[in-house]
Design a binder for this molecule. Structure first.
Ligand code: GLC
Length: 717
């Protein structure tokens, strides 16, 4: 996004009063949905008085048009509004939550679903979304892990590029595009103890190595806006963090787009204890480079005083106003404030296409965690099947925690999806228990059905708002009395397949070890029931992989694959090694884990040339074979390790992936080409550094080290 001002913007700014300029920095909620504290201000009064530049939480063609008409026709300068909304995983057509969609390891899919979301959002008057969320998340207690692409910085960077392209299209000026907002800059996912909004204590190295790269990737992809996190970093709230927002984001990365505060975050600098009042809060945020005050009322109330006292200059205000007006220019709003082409876009003709995309995304997000004795797929429809549990017919839960404008009635839950797949089967159903609370009275009926059935599908997990914002759980296990239901049904002794709906990995090891098969189904959106049925019946061979490590127990958290080796790595049973006395070090399932109905093997891995110099490429080749009876999709993951460097490096780092579709018996050689730039890391001063020496490369299906093939190259100066 370029911020060199157009003549129109220059002229406009010359005509604007100070109050009108500050008004352009003010964003208010229209209150159609609630996404934060405080009552929706009377935004129409602010608009007519020239104190409003953008509005969020309002959608609907007519509703938006009516307000935009006031902005264009009833204000002194007729400056059009930006209309924003949280379109995180779909607008009307709902796709899997981002953590689920990340499991597809498929950038083309991520772009496609964002594109559809943009079309549907633009059709309802929106021109900006507060997405993608790019917070690397390694703590399943944190509810917002649901909105993330998981634990890996490289995968989240790939996700960033795909989502920005999907939302913004080839030109954000198109009425069929939305300006994307990469959020929440940065390290929000490291909130202390997984508790939302809590302090963040990470090293500057982790900031540079893990948490910033996805945001830099979004800036390189041309993202229109950034949103700082609510949290602090090294005791400085991101909303006032000059070193990150100005020095790194604007100066080093050259970001010229708009920085939008999170909801009331500028005013919350007071609660953080770095501002005494709104004037000081507004001063700190503006100096840090925050352009738009979302629902903080700090700029409108505080900047006039700050200007008067000399705490801020008119030039600083003008810089922010210029960026906001240039975003409106880049969105084409001055020439086409109503973006009618978006409304006239024939969505009805596309509904089938959108639902097909939702089905495809949902299928590709389902992770087959276990499949004992290949109990899945159920190729022959069972005579009598019990579909039990509080998530079996949970239509609302399929929306997930950030469901955009999705309608509950549009969701297909598991029960109807499975009924449609097995029309001749006798289906027994009861929830047995509530998702949380309730009592044990319904368990007997559930057990009776399990006894009478040939097979039980047990649908367990979370309510959708047990994750997402403010959805942290200190004990991320089965809520309510679900564990009692599971035990009673498993005690019947017949085959039990568990469908686990959640916004995070759940610490439910006993359940997973007792069930015959377990599918991680996250919250799958509009086509949840059909996607699950396609996987259970084998119509779709599951291909998804975990984008986050799955803990044995909450006591392991944070547990992730790209950890450093420690001076006493666990190598044996010797006491003085890095381990627990009562838990394993390894997660229950590693990053990248995901079973298939077929079996893939890897062979012939090579890295060439064996010796390379700075600027050279390194070519990684591997042959993947389908050794099973059915076709399937595999994603080969390519990792790297720098075993000796000037700083301790992670034991593995994901550096590439290759997707293959293989028929039974088919083999294919895939190649990933890296450059020495991929072998760099932040040096002592956090500038990218390339060091000579040996580099190890690995390839395999997951980050389970003992399963990986290895090759090495030597970098010489
Ligand atoms: C919320 C969230 C942010 C969202 C914003 C607007 O508090 O933190 O992700 O985009 O407010 O709804």
């Amino acid at each position: 996004m370029s911020a060199r001002l157009t003549d129109r913007v220059v002229q406009l700014m010359r005509a604007m009063s100070v109050e009108e300029k500050i008004g352009q920095l003010n964003m208010l909620t229209a209150g159609l949905v609630t996404t934060g504290p405080g009552d929706p201000a009377n935004y129409l009064e602010a608009l007519k008085a020239g104190r409003l530049g953008s509005l969020f939480n309002l959608f609907g063609r007519k509703q938006v048009r009516d307000v935009q008409r006031i902005a264009v026709e009833e204000t002194r300068l007729g400056i059009p509004l930006i209309f924003g909304y949280d379109i995180i995983h779909g607008h009307r057509t709902i796709f899997p939550i981002p953590l689920g969609e990340a499991a597809a390891f498929d950038a083309a899919l991520w772009e496609r679903t964002a594109r559809i979301a943009a079309l549907e959002g633009a059709a309802e008057g929106l021109n900006l979304t507060f997405a993608p969320m790019l917070d690397v998340s390694r703590d399943p207690r944190w509810g917002r892990i649901a909105e993330s692409a998981g634990e890996d910085s490289w995968l989240t960077s790939l996700f960033a590029k795909a989502k920005v392209k999907g939302f913004q299209g080839d030109d954000v000026k198109s009425p069929l595009s939305l300006a994307a907002t990469a959020k929440h800059l940065a390290a929000y996912g490291a909130a202390m103890a997984g508790r939302d909004y809590a302090e963040v204590e990470i090293s500057e190295r982790a900031l540079h190595e893990v948490y910033l790269p996805p945001f830099e990737a979004s800036v390189k992809a041309g993202v229109a806006a950034l949103m700082p996190a609510f949290t602090d970093m090294d005791s400085i709230p991101l909303t006032a963090h000059v070193a990150i927002l100005r020095d790194i984001v604007r100066r080093q990365w050259g970001f010229e787009g708009v920085i939008i505060s999170d909801y009331n975050a500028i005013a919350e600098l007071i609660a953080h204890g770095i501002a005494a009042d709104l004037t000081e809060a507004a001063t700190l945020a503006l100096k840090a480079g925050v352009d738009i005050d979302m629902m903080g009322h700090a700029y409108v109330q505080g900047l006039p005083k700050a200007l008067q006292s000399g705490a801020v200059t008119m030039d600083l205000i003008d810089q922010a106003v210029g960026r906001v007006l240039m975003l409106k220019e880049q969105l084409g709003l001055f020439d086409d404030p109503y973006r009618d082409a978006a409304a006239n876009f024939d969505h009805k003709a596309r509904r089938v296409e959108y639902r097909d995309a939702a089905l495809d995304a949902a299928r590709r997000s389902i992770v087959l965690l276990t499949n004992r004795n290949n109990v899945l797929p159920i190729r022959q429809a069972p005579r009598r099947v019990a579909i039990l549990g509080p998530l079996a017919n949970a239509q609302a839960e399929m929306l997930g925690p950030w469901s955009g404008a999705g309608l509950i009635e549009d969701m297909v839950p598991f029960l109807p999806g499975l009924r449609a797949a097995w029309p001749q089967s006798e289906i027994l159903h009861t929830a047995g228990v509530d998702i949380e609370g309730g009592d044990l009275d319904g368990i007997a009926a559930a057990v009776d059905m399990a006894r009478r059935a040939d097979l039980t599908i047990l649908c367990l997990g979370e309510q959708r708002f047990m994750s997402g914002e403010a959805g942290s759980r200190g004990r991320p296990d089965l809520p309510g009395h679900q564990a009692e239901l599971a035990k009673a049904v498993l005690d019947v002794g017949k085959p039990v397949i568990v469908l686990l709906s959640s916004g995070r990995p759940l610490a439910v090891t006993d359940l997973i070890e007792r069930a015959d098969a377990v599918l991680a189904t996250w919250f799958l959106g509009s086509e949840a029931g059909h996607a699950v049925a396609d996987v259970v019946t084998g119509l779709w061979n599951p291909s998804a992989k975990l984008p986050v490590s799955w803990p044995v127990d909450v006591g392991q958290i944070p547990v992730f694959y790209a950890h450093r080796p420690s001076g006493r790595p666990k190598l044996s049973d010797f006491r003085y090694e890095s381990k627990y006395l009562d838990l394993p070090n390894e997660p229950l399932f590693p990053f990248g884990h995901g079973l298939s109905y077929t079996r893939f093997t890897y062979s012939g891995f090579s890295a060439s040339p064996s010796e390379l110099r700075p600027g050279n490429k390194v070519t990684l080749d591997v042959t993947v074979s389908n050794e099973g009876e059915v076709a399937g999709e595999e994603t080969a993951l390519f990792f790297m390790r720098d075993p000796v460097a000037s700083v301790s490096r992670p034991v593995l780092e994901l550096k590439g992936l290759a997707k293959l579709t293989l028929a039974p018996g088919q083999s294919q050689t895939v190649t990933v080409v890296l450059t020495t730039a991929d072998m760099m890391f932040p040096g002592q001063d956090f500038a990218s550094k390339l060091e000579a020496g040996e580099f190890l490369f690995f390839v395999g299906s997951s980050a389970r080290e003992e399963t990986l093939l290895k090759a090495s190259v030597r970098l010489v100066r």
